[in-house]
Write a protein that binds this ligand. Sequence first.
Ligand SMILES: Nc1ncnc2c1ncn2[C@@H]1O[C@H](COP(=O)(O)OP(=O)(O)OP(=O)(O)O)[C@@H](O)[C@H]1O
Length: 304
Amino acid sequence: MIIRTNRLGKRYGPRAEWAVQEVGLSVRAGEIYGFLGQNGAGKTTTLRIIMGLIAPTEGNVELFGRPAGRGRDFYARIGYVPDVPGFYPQLTVEEHLRMHGKLIGYAGKDRTEETIRRLSLWEMRATKAGRLSHGTRQRLSLAKALVHTPELLILDEPTNGVDPAGIEQLRQLLLDLAKQHGVTILLSSHLLGEVQQIADRVGILHRGRLLAESGLAALEQQLKSCIDLRVSDVRKAVVLLEQRLELNDYEVREPDGLIVHVPADKAAGIARTLIGHGIDLHEMNVRQGTLEDYYLRLIGGEAQ
Ligand SMILES: Nc1ncnc2c1ncn2[C@@H]1O[C@H](COP(=O)(O)OP(=O)(O)OP(=O)(O)O)[C@@H](O)[C@H]1O
């Protein structure tokens, strides 16, 4: 196991609420782990504890099979992209990378150049960080995290403020690092669709607690297809679903929406029964369940 947290808990003060509680997540070698949760769920807090930047109130962290430490050896094996990356406005892109390389005990010129090219920063290598756009600064932050060839990459909401082309580039980069170079990746995000495209496993954090941890392939197998309906009489439709069709796995979306979780081949029967009992079907749409459906059901359908 590359990362294991044991019953992690954090309060930011003796009388404060628990920001995270009893979090036990495990990240395996070579996988991309999507750490999902709404704003304020406790993702940043957890990642900062894993990085040794703040101390947990309870519990502990194991990294690379050993209790986590703070020495240079430990940081040299990890690349970290914080939620709000810090910069020296007067230093250029290249100077940032050289300085970071030195701090971490790595100062290879070739590697610095390779990283600059890889992150499409070559044109900007002599530009001061204070003059870079937000998206370019995000790439610089990623370059800093990668310049020393880490085994583990931890990214806190790396797509914040990045445009669609940048997100696609990041996705390809992360997949390449994990699949071609064996880098283990822990990535926090609230963009479920993005995570579904690249993660091998996901952990879902809600109000400081890890509600679920699951392989994505297994999850997708389990996710039933959904039938989205808009009907003239939701209450009557619900009675018919339960009593005539014995379908109990559904959600009502007021005022006229219904989501029924069933195999797609039930759709025709549902339509026949509803129409046969005088209900108008304004809309009917059959689709495969998504990570978002699973997530919303798990957290009880609370809005973002
Ligand atoms: N330095 C701090 N002092 C006091 N409370 C804090 C501090 N940092 C975070 N918190 C609180 O801890 C809880 C979890 O916050 P955290 O930033 O870890 O969540 P998050 O999932 O990363 O959210 P976001 O996606 O908005 O960054 C929140 O209630 C937040 O207000």
